[in-house]
Ligand binder design. Structure first.
Ligand code: ATP
Ligand code: MG
Length: 392
């Protein structure tokens, strides 16, 4: 019996005229994600995407695992695809659903018939399939109001599809429908989650990481790689710029008031990231900040960081508590990587008493002691680029 996957779009269905473009991007993303799993074809009909394996060796379980990480899919189902013949449909339902009906006691059948030439109407199909299942599985009874499972039989153009499962998808919008943004990624818990959240809204990610060797270690950079590789399972490939930041941090340490170290540093990060972002056609920056988490993330401090940027800064975690962020990071499997104990450049030269109510003019004054433009240019020129691939 041929098993296939049916994908029905939740949010996508709402997008009016854009729907077709969104669906095309989604289909492209699905194809790319599954291309090494064996032969299959993808077709679209009536806001349903159908994946049909064309080779025995197609790995259905792995396909399900990967699909659950593709943004733009609210839910999907495995189904048996059979010939549109009532005898075949009844026998197939008895065989295909055996395992899924074994541990429940009530069910109902819902039939849908988009092929109006099929001789039976939907209620008749439901009745016959229900009867066949009751005959084969005596432990079951029908409950049309509150069944343990709903068996669905769809008679479409090419085949009849039988299923009784629903697998939750990752939700969101297909990656590529929302443009591109640059994620400032540290190695901590927050920034990978922030990137994941905007990728979920259809945005392609580039990433910028600031490294300050020898104060920060190769292991810290490896951690960033591993974090991005995990996010890439959802977002697709991520271009990563690793920016040399040692000179800037030393200059700040030697020339600026200690209480402003962190904020001056953060303003450099934003300026450099914006340069890279513009070159890469990114329309926004993304950070993992949330209000009040640390001194540099008070509302006034965030205002001072934003003052140097001329593009939107997305902070999807802005109103989240740390424990809420941790729940998400566990769910997307970045938490265990994030807690590896390697120092980030943010924790090098941290002031003992950072300003929590900074004034913009003090920062601007402090920065006059630095050759800001040249420092930025050298950092941008020294950035190393690589692509972190989506692999499974
Ligand atoms: P995270 O878990 O993301 O490290 P955090 O609570 O440690 O968050 P900070 O270290 O203050 O926060 O950094 C705030 C944000 O600044 C990070 O979420 C990230 O977007 C950015 N950032 C911090 N350090 C770096 C870095 N070395 N490279 C790139 N971006 C950074
Ligand atoms: Mg951090």
């Amino acid at each position: 019996m041929q098993e296939i996957i049916l994908i029905k779009n939740g949010e996508l269905a709402l997008k009016g005229l854009n729907r077709s473009t969104f669906e095309s991007v989604l289909v492209k993303n699905i194809k790319r994600r599954m291309r090494d799993l064996g032969g299959f074809v993808i077709s679209r009909s009536q806001s349903t995407i159908i994946i049909e394996p064309t080779e025995e060796s197609f790995d259905m379980d792995e396909a399900v695992e990967r699909l659950s990480k593709v943004f733009g899919i609210a839910a999907f189902q495995r189904a048996a695809a059979v010939e549109k013949d009532m005898t075949v449909i009844l026998a197939a339902a008895q065989e295909y659903l055996e395992e899924q009906l074994a541990d429940i006691s009530t069910f109902k059948v819902e039939a849908k018939r988009s092929d109006k030439a099929f001789p039976l109407k939907s209620p008749e199909i439901s009745r016959e399939v229900g009867g066949a299942l009751l005959a084969k599985f005596p432990h079951l009874t029908v409950d049309v109001h509150n069944p343990d499972r709903i068996v669905t039989v769809e008679v479409r153009e090419k085949a009849a599809y039988i299923r009784c499962n629903q697998i939750k998808g990752a939700g969101g919008m297909p990656v590529g429908t929302g443009g591109k943004a640059a994620l400032l990624i540290s190695g901590g818990i927050d920034s990978p989650v922030a990137g994941w959240m905007l990728s979920k809204r259809g945005i392609i990610l580039d990433a910028v990481h600031f490294a300050s060797p020898p104060f920060t270690s190769p292991q810290a950079e490896m951690k960033v790689h591993d974090l991005l590789a995990q996010v890439a399972k959802y977002s697709g490939d991520i271009g990563l710029y690793t920016v040399p930041f040692t000179e800037i941090q030393e200059q700040i340490r030697d020339n600026c008031p200690e209480e402003l170290f962190t904020l001056v540093m953060r303003r450099f990060m934003m300026r450099i990231s914006e340069r890279i972002a513009r070159r890469e056609d990114c329309a926004a920056l993304i950070t993992g900040e949330s209000v009040g988490q640390v001194a540099s993330q008070t509302m006034l401090a965030l205002g001072c960081t934003d003052a140097v940027v001329g593009m939107p800064v997305f902070r999807p975690l802005i109103g989240m508590d740390k424990d809420e962020i941790i729940v998400r990071s566990r769910q997307i499997d970045t938490f265990d990587i994030s807690i590896r104990p390697y120092e980030d450049c943010c924790t090098v030269f941290t002031p003992k008493h950072p300003r929590t109510r900074p004034k913009l003019e003090f920062l601007e004054q402090a920065e006059q002691a630095l050759d800001v433009e040249n420092l930025i240019q050298r950092a941008v020129d020294g950035a190393r680029f690589e692509i972190i691939r989506c692999t499974f």
